[in-house]
Design a protein around this ligand. Structure first.
Ligand SMILES: [Zn+2]
Length: 145
């Protein structure tokens, strides 16, 4: 390893520095060994740090993928409840599912999703009574009364 012009050859460096005393050279050699050990520790720490960052990134990616999956399912359920295109909600003329015609109400709502998402809102607004089922043309059947 070359650092600051030092090629790692301590004997050569000590000779260039004019250090010939065996005891002093031995101390320098020990110091060199300690420095190399510190470098190895730093490398190990860097590797651990990098592995920890990767593990956190993988964990975050997995969490985001799970959230994405959950949101897609909720989007599909809500689109079904409202009779909308789950791919574009009628906002994309090039949509292969609806060709941009899939705004809410364009398709018959799915009964279960409608009952889960829409009926509680209608009840809240006082537009339907909880004990009176909503008459809706759904994919489950014809007009209910
Ligand atoms: Zn669409």
């Amino acid at each position: 390893m070359v650092q600051n012009g030092f090629d790692g050859n301590w004997n050569s460096l000590l000779e260039q520095m004019g250090i010939t005393d065996p005891a002093t050279r031995q101390q320098w050699q020990m110091l060199a060994g300690m420095m190399n050990a510190n470098q190895a520790d730093t490398d190990t720490t860097d590797t651990r740090s990098r592995l920890a960052r990767r593990a956190r990134a993988r964990k975050k990616l997995k969490r985001l993928q799970q959230e994405h999956k959950t949101l897609l399912a909720r989007n599909d359920d809500l689109a079904a409840a409202l009779g909308a295109c789950p791919d574009c909600w009628g906002e994309f003329p090039g949509c292969q599912t609806c060709r941009g015609r899939g705004k809410p109400g364009n398709f018959p709502p799915e009964e279960a999703a409608f009952n889960d998402y829409v009926v509680p809102v209608l009840e809240r607004l006082g537009l339907v009574q909880p004990d009176q089922p909503v008459a809706a043309k759904t994919t489950q059947g014809e007009t209910e009364s």
